[in-house]
Design a binder for this molecule. Structure first.
Ligand SMILES: Cc1cc2nc3c(=O)[nH]c(=O)nc-3n(C[C@H](O)[C@H](O)[C@H](O)COP(=O)(O)O)c2cc1C
Length: 166
């Protein structure tokens, strides 16, 4: 369904209401066509299927990372931790940041997408489908490799960062 063409609710009200859905925070990474790592902060990340192992990320079509993700055919989801994660989240969400990967240790796993060494968890994905979702593209990725380490997650709720208190 493509939508009615008229706004059903005000987008800022939509954002306010959906901000009540607390989430983890990830940096989605890939390689640019210039050979440099590329990435952005994302909360629109979701586990989809077990057989095959599928995840999705929703990336705004105007984001600098959008076309490189599509062109590379691969991306990594890097789940941020509560210790170093907030500064990384802010940096990777900044449109005017000249070098997001400054001082950030990365390595490659199966697809070649850059995996952040400090990630609480990561999933290395090969794109299986790209679906238009309004002003975003939903990239459906098959997980080729993944792992997690001990730690505590960075959370995002109503426009602010926080920590998980069990
Ligand atoms: C907490 C948070 C979550 C975000 N989630 C998403 C997301 O899921 N998808 C998206 O396209 N942008 C998301 N953004 C916005 C991008 O991080 C932001 O537009 C970034 O500047 C894009 O970087 P790029 O243009 O270098 O790719 C989020 C921003 C923040 C602060």
């Amino acid at each position: 369904m493509g939508g009615s063409g008229r706004e059903m609710i005000d987008p800022s009200e939509f954002r306010r209401v959906m901000g009540h859905f607390a989430s983890g925070v990830a940096v989605v990474t890939t390689w640019g066509t210039d050979g440099k790592p590329q990435g952005l902060t994302a909360t629109a990340v979701c586990s989809v299927s077990l057989r095959p192992t599928l995840v999705l990320v929703c990336i705004e079509r105007t984001a600098d990372s959008h076309d490189p993700i599509r062109a590379a055919g691969a991306f990594a989801i890097n789940v941020l931790d509560a210790t170093k994660g907030e500064s990384l989240a802010r940096r990777f969400a900044a449109g005017d940041e000249p070098d997001k990967f400054r001082g950030v240790a990365i390595r490659q796993e199966r697809s070649g997408a850059p995996v952040l060494s400090d990630a609480l968890a990561w999933a290395d994905c090969e794109i299986r489908e790209a679906i238009t979702g309004g002003d975003h593209t939903i990239f459906l990725g098959e997980v080729a490799a993944a792992d997690a380490q001990e730690g505590s997650p960075l959370l995002y709720y109503r426009g602010g960062y926080g920590r998980f208190i069990p």
